[in-house]
Design a protein around this ligand. Structure first.
Ligand SMILES: [Zn+2]
Length: 281
């Protein structure tokens, strides 16, 4: 069914629901609460009537702000990780979304290119690799030593990494910081973990290089993929070292509007919202 039609139909269903007389006084206050809650959300950007019931699941939880509830439900982040899942749509190329609901299975990038002088080992998808080289050169010109320490990882490599974390810390803990095999963004060839040259990626946070990258990565088409305090959408704790190539236009919109890649993907890649004007100049 066409999305617009679906939206119109669910709007009708919802308005019918909201105009029903309350069956009993006890229900009346509950209905009012639901109406008020939805009205508050509907006043915000990106409200989607067809997701009203899913927003309502957060009524009274007190855990998230109204904005956060929209961000969660609109990006399907309210679904169960690794259970409610679809295969990632790689036809979107550099805008392919991979997360705990969208998996790659045994996908391999078509054109890998060695990091060479820009990292300790490995390769990235060619366009991403060249953009990373430009980024590292620009950083070096400003006096910062940004170095790729973990670029493309195959399904098999991710399998051995994840299994070693599970053996050491158990699956629940491993899932908070390591992707399951077939579910890692590194398998797209578009992601890279970075470090200050000569140090580990886990010592990257708070360095001048880390700050430089936060300010400039988008100019080269990269985004900080797992931002601080964003795990309720991305499914991963803050990873200051993990950057993802999405191309300059998407990176600018994401950076200027403080979005997660999930939001960008749902609103502007598979959704039909108009891109924010600021990024179009
Ligand atoms: Zn990473």
């Amino acid at each position: 069914m066409h999305w617009k039609l679906l939206r119109r139909l669910s709007a009708l269903a919802l308005s019918a629901l909201l105009t029903l007389p309350p069956a009993a006084p006890a229900l009346a206050s509950g209905e009012t609460e639901r109406e008020a809650f939805l009205a508050e959300l509907a006043a915000l950007p990106h409200y989607q009537e067809e997701r009203a019931e899913r927003y309502l699941a957060y009524l009274g939880s007190g855990e998230y702000t109204p904005e956060q509830i929209l961000r969660i439900v609109n990006t399907d982040s309210d679904l169960t990780p690794y259970e409610d899942m679809v295969e990632a749509d790689v036809s979107y190329g550099i805008l392919t979304l991979v997360n705990k609901h969208r998996y790659l299975a045994e996908y391999e990038p078509e054109a890998l290119s060695a990091l060479g002088q820009y990292g300790s080992w490995g390769s990235m998808e060619k366009e991403a690799r060249n953009a990373f080289a430009s980024l590292a050169d620009a950083a070096a010109a400003d006096g910062y030593r940004i170095w790729g320490v973990s670029p493309y990882r195959s399904y098999e490599r991710q399998r051995s990494i994840y299994n070693s974390y599970v053996r050491a810390h158990g699956q629940a803990e491993a899932d908070t910081y390591s992707a399951r095999p077939g579910w890692s963004e590194h398998q797209t060839g578009l992601a890279v973990d970075v470090a200050v040259r000569g140090r580990g990626y886990d010592a990257f946070d708070g360095t001048p290089e880390c700050e430089w990258l936060k300010e400039h990565a988008h100019e080269f088409g990269f985004i900080l993929r797992y931002g601080e305090g964003m795990d309720y959408i991305t499914g991963y704790m803050y990873e200051p070292w993990h950057y993802r190539y999405v191309g300059a236009e998407a990176a600018a919109v994401i950076w200027e509007n403080d979005l997660t890649f999930e939001e960008y993907y749902y609103y502007y890649v598979i959704g039909d919202e108009a891109l924010p004007e600021a990024a179009l100049h």
